[in-house]
Design a protein around this ligand. Structure first.
Ligand code: C5P
Ligand code: MG
Length: 192
């Protein structure tokens, strides 16, 4: 039964909504393992000899979504390697391809507890990402041109995934425009 399957919380929200920041806090308080799809893709891109490096970088710059076969396999490998059974999967599933690929490969092997949705205006998110870029994030997509495309993808593809889970009663929505500590108060309630 599902009680024995590893538990997964998907963490979604626009670029700059605070997914990474909040995940770090959740890990500390609730002992989940944090897996960021974006971080895993950047790591794969930076791996010498990876067959996918260029493909991943071109998607990242364009704010488009890497084929799920790559992302899901990185996630599955990281899950296995961790030896844990509670995961925060951040920035995934981002589109229908991600969702379908996950269902196919992992649907029977995991239990999706809920989806944590960080809701924040595009203006606030844009501002945060530009600041992050100016402060030296080193990310090739924290610039205005890439950010516009990332928001387009978010609105066009990711919102539909949030709606999909919302229809299943699985979305816990958080007002992510507040300060990190205020947001975390609401996050804590969502986990308790
Ligand atoms: O979540 P994060 O902002 O780190 O994602 C950065 C980029 O990584 C996305 O804009 C996208 O190009 C890529 N990505 C992806 N599929 C995911 C998560 C991230 O293609 N599920
Ligand atoms: Mg992140």
């Amino acid at each position: 039964m599902s009680a024995e399957l590893p538990n997964v919380v998907f963490v979604l929200g626009g670029p700059g909504a605070g997914k990474g920041t909040q995940c770090a806090k959740i890990v500390e308080k609730f002992q989940y393992v944090h897996l960021s799809a974006g971080d895993l893709l950047r790591e794969e891109r930076n791996t010498e000899g990876s067959a996918y490096g260029e493909l991943i970088e071109s998607h990242i710059r364009n704010g488009t979504i890497v084929p799920v076969e790559i992302t899901c396999s990185l996630l599955a490998t990281a899950m296995k390697k961790s030896g844990n059974n509670k995961f925060l999967i951040d920035g995934f599933p981002r589109n229908k391809d991600n969702l379908d690929g996950w269902q196919k490969e992992m649907g029977d092997k995991t239990n999706v507890q809920f989806v944590l949705f960080f809701d924040c205006s595009q203006e606030a998110c844009m501002e945060r990402c530009l600041q992050r870029g100016a402060a030296g994030s080193g990310r090739s997509d924290d610039n205005e041109e890439s950010l516009k495309k990332r928001f387009q993808t978010y609105v066009k593809d990711t919102m539909a995934i949030i709606e999909h889970y919302d229809a299943l009663g699985l979305v816990r929505k958080i007002d992510a425009s507040q300060s990190p500590d205020q947001v975390f108060e609401d996050v804590t309630k969502a986990f308790e």
